[in-house]
Design a binder for this molecule. Structure first.
Ligand SMILES: C[S@@+](CC[C@H](N)C(=O)[O-])C[C@H]1O[C@@H](n2cnc3c(N)ncnc32)[C@H](O)[C@@H]1O
Length: 279
């Protein structure tokens, strides 16, 4: 039994989850970094799919992993995160709901490390296909693609791959554009924001936004028959359904894309220049 008792508090089998984005104070509850609408979509997906085998990327404080485990009660689930420290609240929750063996959390795992992710999937699931993957990890193109290339081919036909927060960079871009002055110049009072953004953008670890992956999924869907059955783009998540056709996992998504019309001709990492500072 899962029910929101207010805009951010979800009760599942007597356990409270604080669901909000951005997170303020979780008040001692398990914190989920998603707002109510996002959580309700996840609940509907779990209800429709009844996933038995799940991969989640992005544990953070353990709330989303605990919630997925409580909602789906999977046979096997693994969640990974780059963070090295175990999350005690998650361990306690899994123990309490009797899923400590079925649900594993693996820390210090970079989703960009395809061989490491593959080794975990081999170990936990063997040859059994996945029903659901939820990637709420880096939200950067390269690492997101690396996990997609390893995990998507392992979904069963009809299985679902979710990429969350794929358009965050665009929402930020829209926000910044709206703050330009009438001549399209940056306002001096925004200098600090722009400096922070430019420092982030020039961080070599950042790379392309995941929108690039979204465009590649469109092209793959255009050419690949039923390997990718459908791709839907919604506020804050992409839902990709696996079809019946075989996926050549060795090629990876980029190797399978046919860009007949040069729509992705912009080289990776090439960004449109940003407007200059005023004055
Ligand atoms: C948005 S938070 C996850 C929130 C969580 N799923 C929830 O809803 O409460 C993103 C998480 O992804 C992790 N992360 C970032 N980059 C990663 C990477 N390259 N590999 C694995 N995890 C990563 C971060 O450490 C962080 O815990």
């Amino acid at each position: 039994m899962a029910e929101f008792i207010d805009e951010r508090t979800l009760i599942v089998d007597g356990v409270a989850f604080a669901c909000e984005f951005p997170v303020r104070d979780a008040g001692g509850h398990l914190a989920v970094m998603k707002d109510r609408a996002m959580v309700e979509r996840t609940m509907a997906l779990v209800e429709r799919l009844s996933p038995r085998r799940i991969l989640e990327v992005g544990i953070w404080r353990g709330g989303s992993t605990a919630l997925l485990a409580s909602l789906a009660r999977p046979e096997q689930m693994v969640a990974i995160d780059l963070l090295a420290d175990r999350v005690a609240a998650l361990d306690e929750h899994l123990e309490r709901i009797g899923l400590a063996d079925a649900v594993q959390a693996r820390y210090g795992i970079d989703q960009a490390d395809g061989p490491a992710v593959r080794a975990i999937l081999d170990e936990v699931f063997g040859d059994a296909p996945l029903d659901l993957v939820i990637d709420d990890g880096s939200h950067i193109y390269g690492p997101t693609l690396a996990t997609f290339d390893v995990a998507f081919p392992r979904l069963r036909p009809g299985g679902i791959y979710v990429i969350e927060d794929w358009n965050g960079d665009h929402l930020l871009g829209d926000l910044l554009e709206a703050r330009l002055d009438a001549d399209g110049q940056r306002r001096p009072e925004d200098a600090e924001i722009w400096n922070a953004i430019e420092a982030g953008a020039s961080d070599p670890r950042r790379g392309d936004p995941p929108t690039r992956l979204a465009l590649e999924l469109v092209l793959a869907r255009a050419s690949e028959g039923d390997a990718i059955r459908s791709v839907s783009f919604e506020a804050n998540w992409i839902v990709i359904e696996r079809g019946e056709d075989a996926v050549d996992g060795d090629l990876g998504l980029v190797g399978r894309v046919r860009d007949h019309h040069g729509l992705l001709a912009l080289a990776p990492g090439t960004a449109r220049p940003r407007p200059a500072a005023a004055g």
